[in-house]
Design a protein around this ligand. Sequence first.
Ligand code: AMP
Length: 597
Amino acid sequence: MTYFKEFELKTQLIQSITELGFENPTPIQEETIPFVLSSKQDLIGLAQTGTGKTAAFGLPVLNNVDLKNNKTQALMLSPTRELCMQIYNDLLDYSKYLEGIKIVVCYGGASIETQIRNLRAGAHIIVATPGRMHDLLRRKAADISNIEYLVLDEADEMLNMGFRDELDDILQFAPQERQTLLFSATMPKEVASLAQIYLSEPVEISVGKKNSGATNVEHDYYLVNEKQRYEAMRRVVDFYPSMYSIVFCRTRQDCQNIATKLINDGYPADALHGDLSQAQRDYAMGRFRSRAIRILVATDVAARGIDVDSLTHVINYNLPDDYDIYLHRSGRTGRAGNEGVSVALINVRERYKIKHLEKRVGKSFVQKQIPTGEEICKSSVTNYMNLVADSSIVDEQIDFLFTMDIKRLRDMDKEELINRFLSVHFNQVFEAYRNVPDLNVKDVSEKSKEKKEARKAKQGFTRMFINVGRIDGFDKQLLIDFVRDIAQQRDVEVIEITIRERFSIFSYPNRDIANLKKSASRISIDSRDLRIDEMDRDDGKRGGGESSKGGKSYNKERKSNKRNSRDRDRNYRRERGKSNRDFEGGEGNSRKSRKKR
Ligand code: AMP
């Protein structure tokens, strides 16, 4: 195990990070810090947020800044204001004991004059968004012509946000002789091409598996009906009463709509997206950090700068199109040694994506059932009871309660008291979830299993095979009529019908099978014998037993009859038309005309 003390970092830096509780470097730090301390070569660091990459580049850069030189020696570019603030604050923490260090942060949406004044006062390190940096350089308010370090943080996101032009322009102001450190969670071809142009012979450092997910994150998914996506999410939220989470949506509009719905439904939620003003975003972030709100509904870009390590969940309201984005999202939880859960709500058509995601994340995903009303009520009460049981009582604070008139309660026994307290507390939840439907979507395999079960359960019926199918013009109703017609029983139950191209299957009452087969043996359709047989119940094969025509295989017969199929279709329909009156009560039977007798 490596310790920070083993790195050749200034004692002032070791002191501050020790105070922050950093003892052992994270994997990206273990590789990056000694490399930057000892080499001038460019570097590509493949690491997600949460891996400790800010300290990975921040500590060696801080270490190497010449405090006696007032010129700007490092420029750190990051895509959003929030990320810049995060880097800036981290650098301030790390450099607490570095006397005279000047770090300036510049981003859009804030007074440029103040930033210009700050820069004029001197900046060893500038942390900036590309747009604002570009602006400042054009105004000649910043000078990066002497920088030794250029850090491009979240390079993939900077390009996603369309900062390529600004980056190109900014780099015109930077010297060729510099060390460039590019960090990116993913390496799409745009980032690779950026690296090719602006980095020379970089070494690549990646944390563990490229693009792999954090280890202490569980990945759950819920199969939802598209129309019930929101309701399903509410249930998941309600099931985890101490949830502290970000809900990720695809668009700003979705984000706002869902946040508004949650707020209207009484949840401590808010939205964070690019359509909000900076002040609104700051307000939402502040409330989220202080836990005044516990659900932040955010777009991917806006969520980049959220420096909260204690999220219990992230919820993918929709799966992103890019699997790397899923990695980013899920990496927002399970940080700083905490456990986290990444929840995905998917519809049946999206199910295939889970396999891809499992590959990308390197972990199995767990399919969870959308909680039922009862489960939610139980979980709410259990959570509350645990809170009550674990709460510590401060005697002095509640002494006054006993001087109050609580006589009415005193007369109640313990059980009644508990019941009443729970009712007061949970009436709303109980009401909201009384008799609510099951929102779980049955997938195909489950459905067919159920059908099979239902079939097995249907006592007194047998699965039957009949050698007419879609090609003969049959649909379900026509087959029912046909079978009843053959059996000469208008009300006999013909159920669980499957029409295939050249044959059909149905369930028929055991007591009447002999009669049905006997009648069928006397019928032909065009030149073909009609055949009805029992099937083996479980494997779907035809049964041996009493075949109406024994011996000849259906396939052989199918071949011999292929030619006539269209005619048969027409014939049966014609015939069926003629026989309507028979179904309506007459005793005449058009099939009789076909009887072979
Ligand atoms: P980052 O990936 O830079 O956003 O860092 C994620 C979180 O991990 C931040 O809250 C850091 O303060 C924390 N952190 C970074 N390096 C270490 C370390 N070596 N030991 C403990 N915590 C760390």
